[in-house]
Design a protein around this ligand. Structure first.
Ligand SMILES: *[C@@H]1O[C@H](CO)[C@@H](O)[C@H](O)[C@H]1NC(C)=O
Ligand SMILES: *[C@@H]1O[C@H](CO)[C@@H](O)[C@H](O)[C@H]1NC(C)=O
Ligand SMILES: *[C@@H]1O[C@H](CO)[C@@H](O)[C@H](O)[C@H]1NC(C)=O
Ligand SMILES: *[C@@H]1O[C@H](CO)[C@@H](O)[C@H](O)[C@H]1NC(C)=O
Ligand SMILES: *[C@@H]1O[C@H](CO)[C@@H](O)[C@H](O)[C@H]1NC(C)=O
Ligand SMILES: *[C@@H]1O[C@H](CO)[C@@H](O)[C@H](O)[C@H]1NC(C)=O
Ligand SMILES: *[C@@H]1O[C@H](CO)[C@@H](O)[C@H](O)[C@H]1NC(C)=O
Ligand SMILES: *[C@@H]1O[C@H](CO)[C@@H](O)[C@H](O)[C@H]1NC(C)=O
Length: 288
């Protein structure tokens, strides 16, 4: 019962227009947080001045009480922030855990002290979400010799990030990048973005390339590798060499067989032609 009364008191007090004592030395403070992580709101207060009451509220159409204390006692917190916020009375700060994109916005510390009735400080929270590690795919044309260089089609994609981010290509000559496709889509449930950009790039030499989306880097790949052209040539040369060696070998074997022509084995030969000894080579027919 006392808790409910306190909560109502807090609401009533904090709903009163708060701009009255906003000092000009209290410029809004900007802080940022990453989805799923935590952040600490610090009310910019001289801690040697005792504070007997603190409200931290979120601004919106209606200011919303989030957490605070009164005369050293915790104030009842609304269910949404019950498990996610913790006030440190000594430091006049509040930790918020499991940050969501919807936490982005402006917050106020309303500080009640003995020296002045009420001081108000604004803190703006910017929330970001990290993109997944970008996936980099490439497909390069064969080096057909007729045209100089090869044209590579590369795509870089990532998801789950906020705010939406452009794709950066690292290692490439920026003025030679031709964007073929640039897709961005918002996930309406999570409000995060997915990005997929496809480019065309012509290269003559091997290049190590990677891409970056919102500070998240892909692995590095090498395009236009010189290997594929010489490899074919090497295979062809080896093939021809082996063929020539076989020819030479066959030629010498023929010479060798002719010189060492064995005495024809007439009896056997006449009886059964199938029993020609192998080492007679082809000389049998000539000797008949
Ligand atoms: C806070 O951010 C706002 C808008 O993003 C900017 O205009 C302002 O100068 C920033 N304030 C500080 C103290 O950096
Ligand atoms: C904080 O307040 C104390 C007492 O009023 C004062 O002596 C001190 O200089 C203040 N410190 C700062 C950083 O303003
Ligand atoms: C980038 O490509 C352009 C156009 O092909 C060329 O003029 C420029 O010299 C290149 N820059 C570098 C750093 O290679
Ligand atoms: C790709 O799309 C994003 C979002 O629509 C835009 O900000 C960016 O400028 C585009 N980039 C290119 C190279 O077209
Ligand atoms: C949108 O995000 C939610 C929550 O992260 C996820 O479950 C869902 O699969 C996503 N939808 C699409 C179309 O990617
Ligand atoms: C990105 O776009 C390219 C070209 O349209 C496509 O081949 C690739 O599968 C897309 N990647 C993702 C993750 O959607
Ligand atoms: C990429 O560019 C090269 C050279 O400008 C061109 O020959 C090739 O057709 C292009 N590929 C695509 C998919 O547009
Ligand atoms: C690409 O990276 C590999 C491994 O880091 C390195 O050995 C190679 O020299 C690099 N190639 C170019 C063209 O930078």
């Amino acid at each position: 019962m006392e808790n409910t009364a306190c909560f109502l008191l807090a609401l009533v007090v904090t709903l009163v227009p708060v701009s009255t004592t906003l000092g000009d030395n209290n410029k809004p403070k900007n802080i940022s947080a990453v989805v799923g992580r935590s952040v600490t709101f610090r009310c910019p207060w001289n801690l040697s001045i005792p504070v007997y009451r603190l409200y931290i509220q979120k601004l919106g159409n209606q200011p919303l009480f989030i957490n605070g204390f009164n005369n050293g006692k915790k104030l009842p917190v609304s269910p949404e922030y019950q498990d996610r916020t913790e006030v440190n009375q000594a430091e006049l700060s509040m930790e918020m855990t499991n940050i969501k994109l919807s936490d982005e916005g402006s917050y106020k510390c309303v500080v009640f002290s003995s020296t002045s009735s009420r001081d108000i400080f604004q803190i703006n929270l910017k929330v970001t979400a990290e993109f997944t590690t970008p996936e980099l795919k490439s497909e390069c044309s064969e080096n057909d010799g007729a045209k100089k260089g090869r044209s590579c089609q590369m795509s870089c994609s990532a998801a789950g990030g906020y705010p939406v981010s452009d794709v950066k290509w690292l290692g490439l000559n920026q003025s030679r990048i031709r964007v073929l496709q640039n897709e961005t889509a918002e996930n309406s449930t999570s409000k995060t973005w997915s990005v997929n950009q496809t480019i065309n790039y012509t290269c003559e030499h091997p290049i190590n390339v990677s891409c970056d989306i919102g500070g998240s880097d892909s692995h590095t790949i090498t395009i236009c590798e010189a290997e594929s052209f010489p490899l074919k040539v090497i295979v062809a040369i080896v093939f021809v060499l082996v063929f020539v060696m076989l020819l030479v070998l066959a030629f010498f074997m023929m010479l060798f067989c002719r010189r060492q022509r064995p005495q024809p084995y007439r009896a056997d030969h006449q009886v059964d032609g199938a029993h020609i000894p192998l080492d007679d080579c082809h000389s049998q027919r000539q000797s008949v």
